[in-house]
Design a binder for this molecule. Sequence first.
Ligand code: UDP
Length: 250
Amino acid sequence: MALSPTRLDILGCPLDRVTMAQTLDTLRGYLKTDKFHLVVTIGSEMIVRAQTDHEFREAVRGAALVVPDSIGAVLAARYGGYPVRERVTGVELTQNMAQQMGPALRIFLLGGAPGVAETAAHRLLSMGPGVHIAGTHDGYFKDDAEIVAQVKASGANVLLVALGFPRQELWLSRHGAACGVQVGIGVGGTFDVLSGRVQRAPMVFQKLGMEWFYRLALQPSRWRRMLALPKFALRVLSGGKQAVKPMANS
Ligand code: UDP
C-alpha cells in the first residue's frame, strides 16, 4: 500500500516515503526504460550540506528517487506527521537488490580504496544468484571521461557509486546518463561494509537509532561530521511543521 503523499520536503530536500519492497519495485521499473535514474540514499548530514551547497541540493532535488537512509531522516518525517515505515540504507538496498533482482542486474561498482570494490563485488556474487558484475573501479581517479567510457563499455545497467557525499551524487548527476546505465545509486560506505573493511553496527544499535554513535566510536575521526546531526535536529525542530511538508508538485 502506498503512503500518501509519497514525496516529502525536509528543509528543501526531497524524501520519498518508500519501503525497501517499494524501492525494489521502483528499480525494476527503471530497468525497463532506456533513461538514467539517479537514486539518492539520504541522511541528515546530507540535508544539512544541501542547505549551503546549491549544486548538491539541485542534484538531490533532481533525483528520481530519494530513499530514507538515516534515522534522522526517518525521525524528521515522523515529527512532521508523515511517517516512513523503515530505513532503506545503501548497504541493505545493495544486498536486497542482489538477493531479489539477481538476474536483472549488471552492476558496476565505482568507489572505495583500491581493491575494496572487487572484494565487495565477490560478496555480492555470493549473495545473489544470477547477479552479473559488469566491472569495478576504485574511487581515487582523476579522469572522469575515462571512467564514463569504462562503465559504458561494460554494458552495466546499474552503477553503484561509493565516493562519499556530495561527490557521489554530483558525479552521478553529471555523468550518469553518459554511462549508459538506467540506475545510478550513491551508496556511501557500502563497499567498505560489504568487503568487511568496516563493521556495520550490531542490530541493537540499529534498532535504537544509535548506529551513528557506533560508527563514531569505531572511527573517532568522524566527530566533525557528527556535528551535522544536532544542527539537523535543531533546524527541523525550530522550523516546526514548515520544516517537513509534502513536496510541491509531487
Ligand atoms: N572515497 C572514495 N574516493 C574519495 C573519497 C572517498 O572512493 O576520493 C570512498 C571511501 O573510500 C569510502 C566512501 O567513499 O569507501 C565514503 O564512505 P563514508 O563512510 O564516508 O560514507 P557514508 O556512508 O558515511 O556516506
